[in-house]
Ligand binder design. Structure first.
Ligand code: FMN
Length: 189
């Protein structure tokens, strides 16, 4: 079976991040034919600016090329004040700029979130979905993985051990697999 290249970004730069634990669990649970890269470069992403005089900053250019090459983008977001962190907004705004290689145009995206609160970052995830659609991406998930009370599901080593969230992640990957495989069977006219 042809592999499915997934590029994963976590919107937290915090040591001991619950969302980083979620990203690593998503990587672990994906299994073949997925190959999930868990990127940890987002702390180095500068604030977006609207200067049209490109070139992009080097880290941004590399990120844009990597996302354009991926089959699926995985974004794992914390929730701050019922919204996404500024760092995640910068990442998506940079990716959404309509210059070649247009990384978000038609890009399949999977969203996940984790929070110590009951709703697991659902507000942030919905906002992120809106933002991505605005940028032309195709969001494949619908709050399938929003891990509430996430601190209870992550052990002292930063491993997501909760059975329910692990099952939800595995089930979401199955749906994504079905979707990507069916897209690959469509022969362009
Ligand atoms: C300024 C601030 C605002 C927050 N607002 C929310 C919120 O609106 N909803 C929520 O579920 N958690 C909120 N939290 C708690 C975060 O979800 C929690 O700190 C979480 O651990 C951050 O993600 P991380 O562990 O991946 O860094 C807030 C935290 C901070 C510092």
């Amino acid at each position: 079976m042809e592999s499915i290249d997934v590029f994963g970004i976590c919107g937290s730069v915090r040591a001991g991040s619950l969302n980083r634990a979620l990203l690593l669990a998503a990587q672990e649970l994906a299994g073949a034919p997925f190959q999930v890269e868990a990127w940890d470069g987002n702390a180095g992403v500068p604030h977006v600016d609207a200067t049209m005089g490109r070139p992009f900053p080097a880290v941004v250019a590399t990120l844009r090329d990597r996302v354009a090459a991926a089959d699926v983008l995985l974004l794992v977001t914390p929730e701050l004040n019922r919204s996404i962190p500024g760092n995640m907004k910068d990442v998506v705004d940079w990716l959404g700029i309509l210059a070649p290689p247009r990384p978000l145009a038609g890009k399949p995206v999977v969203l996940m979130s984790a929070s110590p609160n009951r709703l697991g970052g659902a507000f942030a995830q919905l906002q992120l979905a809106d933002l991505l659609r605005r940028c032309g991406a195709e969001v494949l998930s619908d709050l399938d993985v929003a891990v509430g009370y996430a601190h209870r599901h992550v052990d002292d080593h930063g491993v997501l051990v909760g059975e329910d969230p692990r099952r939800e992640i595995a089930e979401l990957w199955q749906r994504v697999l079905t979707r990507v495989q069916s897209d690959r069977q469509v022969v362009p006219a």
